[in-house]
Design a protein around this ligand. Structure first.
Ligand SMILES: Nc1ncnc2c1ncn2[C@@H]1O[C@H](COP(=O)(O)OP(=O)(O)OP(=O)(O)O)[C@@H](O)[C@H]1O
Ligand SMILES: [Zn+2]
Ligand SMILES: [Zn+2]
Length: 802
């Protein structure tokens, strides 16, 4: 039997499968989708079996060394999806398959020195080798770095050899259980009245007191104060039995989740769910865009759609952006579907994620709630994929494979003939345009559930405030309303828009801004360790006390951070209890949840935070939302800047007045005339859509054109320019008339990690060969040995130009 295997070598010449022989003893259970270890040149590498066949054209095939999985980890659907995805995102097969699996299943490789000729090994090195004769390469690097050359020359002379070992990180958690094996012996021992076996007797009486069964060793030890050797002694005597069993690490263990029943849907919700249920009923693939204003009850529509899918014996995936995957959100799903829900998000440990994933593979759950990569959940009877907050940019992975969860989901929807639901209060222009064209079904929820009005929004121009003598970061209106809220014991959400808000160091005399010496980007100020950091390469330096350019002492931190707002709040509203949520206060595991729960229990009056409080929160007592610095994002070099601003303001405003109490919103900024701010304050998505579509059309941006992007980077500027020019001339002779080529030009960030970056952008409507041309370009430069420092990234449907 022959296996076609894709091997863990992400490089151009190996994006294909290799044939290996399946050793006889494994022929019975080898299956496509299993991970294997194979020899590859001098190394051992991980790979996936994609296909089994009877013959191969290749002579002298090597054997598979090991099959890692007892069952396939990639379903036949995922194998097919991976091949499509590799083409669609211009990535390697191996990279796409690895992206579908939890990180724990990705092999790591470790190098070892082994002794071939003991007699030639110098004494001072021989002592470092453990008895089994294998010394880890990493250990040498760490412990004896200056001996490395000596080791390497011994490899050359044949005294030592280097071997590679594959390490599988996917460890299962095993836990010890104990049970009574022989009741009579136990009873006998209990009767004895010796002092010395006191602890043993405590264990036995505890076990005999309980109904017969296996008990967690840990519990028994805690209960009786005995130690493990005590129980092991009992096991030796044949009185008890100790067993190791595999258990799942459950991140939500011990949590009390209130069960919820389906709510009777409002008329609006009934209208919105109709096309979804119709699609489920008829096993039909449709993409349905649910455009529902904030607080319109989209989640209930999702939950009841999922119920309909489960009733048919099928499975459901619900994707949620990482930052709104709050415990509150998880509880809504667990409350409805209980232990049938698995959760996948980055807050889980590698082991926890692996366990949640295996529950899916083993069909122990039928609902998955998770961030982007949950789109690959290995269900085999998928009945629906729901993408909440469809417009979120985090659904696009900005690293290989550069996939969009929406595209992956729609592919799967076609495969399983089931509906894909996209939901948002502020749909992406792409999705809404497709819905208008009839490619998606449009389902609108125009009003809030409790038929509350949308909150009243007031825009405040901070330049006017300054003119009238208010130098604080809060406008007079916002101050008044916060005070009012305090009096009425209602709650306030204060949102500080950080994205695009450079917290950099600026010299007030000469305008000098501290920049990274390796990247063309300003350094970010970190108060906690008084350092300046580069977010692209990790470079760090201490804050200068004088300007390096003019020696002035007026060099200081510029920009508003949440910490600063908190300090100011303490000055102007000392009686208010404030909870601050940002990367600093939520870095510890569980702190995110703790803070939100405290706010929910009304232990604070004001929730102050950044992007992480913008979405999904549903607190009945919140009546005021204040948005500080609403316009900062508008100045980013990003054609989506207006769209992102509109979405963010709408989402944040939507936190106010969701239940019985009416809500109010204050938007503060400097560029408040901008249409994205004005229209967000009027909750007018449709006018925003029309206006923004006109600008996109005028400037030939998505959704009217796709963006193809080729980025060249090289330590030598001229080489980067040269390569990009060659590529541009190659493309310009091939592109159709309708397409537009821009560049080569420097990338918006011209240098990262000492590599200069140049880009060529193609705006196109229909260019079926473009992917092939990009690959040809990459392949061409890969063959060119003089260009080995060149890196190229290619994208067919770029979301940003950064
Ligand atoms: N049919 C219903 N009857 C009563 N209450 C409902 C109903 N549907 C939803 N709700 C409640 O209305 C509130 C808002 O619903 P939900 O959070 O789902 O809105 P949403 O559309 O997801 O809003 P956002 O986009 O702002 O997150 C929730 O507290 C929810 O429990
Ligand atoms: Zn200066
Ligand atoms: Zn840097």
């Amino acid at each position: 039997m022959i296996a076609a295997i894709v091997v863990d070598v992400p490089s151009g010449s190996v994006n294909k499968t290799f044939d290996y022989k399946v050793p006889e003893q494994w022929e019975k259970w080898a299956e496509p989708g299993m991970r294997v270890i194979v020899p590859f040149g001098p190394r051992k590498l991980q790979g996936f079996i994609l296909e089994l066949k009877n013959s191969s054209d290749v002579k002298g095939l090597k054997n598979i060394i090991e099959i890692l999985d007892p069952l396939p980890v990639l379903t036949s659907e995922l194998i097919e999806l991976g091949q499509w995805l590799a083409g669609h995102t211009l990535s390697f097969y191996i990279t796409t398959y690895q992206a579908m699996l939890p990180a724990a299943m990705k092999a790591t490789y470790e190098k070892f020195f082994v002794v071939l000729k003991q007699e030639n090994l110098p004494e001072h090195l021989a002592v470092s080798f453990p008895r089994h004769g294998e010394l880890s390469f990493n250990e040498v690097m760490k412990e004896f770095p200056d001996q490395l050359n000596e080791y390497l020359s011994l490899v050359k002379s044949g005294t030592l050899d280097v071997i590679y070992k594959v390490k599988d990180k996917a460890n299962k958690k095993k836990v010890k259980f104990v049970s009574i094996l022989n009741k009579e012996l136990a009873a006998e021992l209990l009767k004895e009245n010796q002092k010395k076996a006191e602890k043993q007797r405590a264990v036995l009486s505890e076990l005999l007191y309980r109904p017969p069964g296996d008990y967690l060793m840990q519990d028994i030890l805690v209960e009786t104060g005995a130690s493990l050797p005590t129980v092991q002694a009992l096991a030796k005597k044949g009185i008890v039995q100790i067993e190791e069993k595999e258990v799942y690490r459950d991140p939500y263990k011990g949590r009390n989740i209130k069960q919820s029943e389906p709510l009777p849907l409002t008329d609006n919700q009934l209208d919105a769910i109709k096309p979804i249920l119709n699609s489920i009923e008829n096993d039909q693939h449709d993409t349905i865009l649910v455009h529902g204003v904030t607080g319109s009850g989209k989640t209930e529509v999702y939950l009841q759609s999922i119920q309909a899918v489960l009733d048919k014996g099928k499975e459901a995936i619900c994707l949620v952006p990482e930052i709104s995957l709050t415990p509150m959100m998880v509880n809504r799903f667990k409350g409805r579907f209980g232990s049938r829900v698995a959760v996948l998000h980055s807050g889980l440990s590698v082991g926890e994620k692996y366990d949640e994933w295996r529950k899916i593979l083993r069909k122990e759950v039928s609902v998955v709630v998770g961030a982007r990569s949950a789109a690959f959940a290995p269900f085999t009877n998928l009945g629906i994929v729901i993408i909440d907050e469809e417009h979120e940019s985090s659904y696009k992975q900005e690293d290989h494979p550069r996939y969009h969860a929406r595209d992956v989901s729609i592919w799967r929807g076609k495969y399983h003939s089931c509906p894909i639901v996209l939901g948002s209060a502020t749909p992406s222009l792409e999705a809404y345009a497709r819905a208008k064209k009839g490619r998606y079904i449009l389902s609108e929820l125009k009003s809030r559930v409790h038929s509350n009005p949308m909150p009243e929004v007031k825009i405040v121009d901070m330049r006017e405030e300054l003119k009238s003598g208010n130098r604080s970061m809060f406008s007079n209106d916002l101050m008044e309303m916060m005070k009012d809220g305090l009096k009425k014991r209602e709650q306030t959400v204060l949102f500080l828009n950080r994205r695009g808000y450079a917290s950099f160091i600026l010299c007030r005399d000469c305008g000098y801004v501290a920049e990274c010496p390796h990247c063309d980007i300003s350094l970010t100020y970190h108060k906690r360790n008084a350092a300046l950091k580069c977010h692209y390469c990790g470079y760090q330096e201490t804050i200068p006390s004088a300007c390096p350019s003019c020696a002035s002492e007026h060099i200081r931190f510029f920009g508003t951070g949440t910490q600063k707002v908190e300090e100011e709040l303490a000055k102007v509203l000392p009686e208010a209890r404030v909870i601050r949520m940002d990367v600093d206060t939520t870095s510890k595991k569980g702190s995110h949840e703790r803070l939100l729960t405290a706010f929910e229990k009304e232990e604070a009056d004001i929730l102050l935070g950044t992007q992480m409080i913008a979405k999904g929160l549903d607190f009945p007592k919140v009546t005021l939302v204040g948005i500080l610095a609403a316009d900062t994002m508008l100045h980013l070099p990003d054609f989506r800047a207006s769209e992102k601003t509109f979405q963010l303001l709408t989402q944040v405003s939507g936190r106010a007045g969701r239940h019985e109490l009416e809500g109010k919103v204050i938007i503060q900024g400097y560029d408040t005339e901008h249409y994205s701010i004005q229209l967000a304050s009027q909750h007018d998505y449709h006018s925003f859509y029309d206006y923004e579509m006109k600008t996109r059309k005028l400037h030939q941006y998505p959704p009217f054109f796709y963006l193809g992007l080729l980025t060249f980077s090289h330590p030598d500027l001229m080489q980067a320019v040269d390569a990009s020019e060659k590529a541009a001339s190659f493309l310009s002779s091939r592109l159709s008339e309708q397409s537009i080529m821009l560049g080569p030009v420097t990338s918006p960030i011209a240098r990262i990690k000492d590599r200069y970056r140049y880009q060529v952008m193609i705006k196109y409507k229909n260019e079926p060969e473009l992917g092939n041309w990009f690959e040809e370009i990459i392949f061409h430069f890969q063959k060119d040995k003089s260009m080995k420092d060149l890196q190229i990234t290619a994208e067919l449907n770029a979301q940003t130009l950064m």
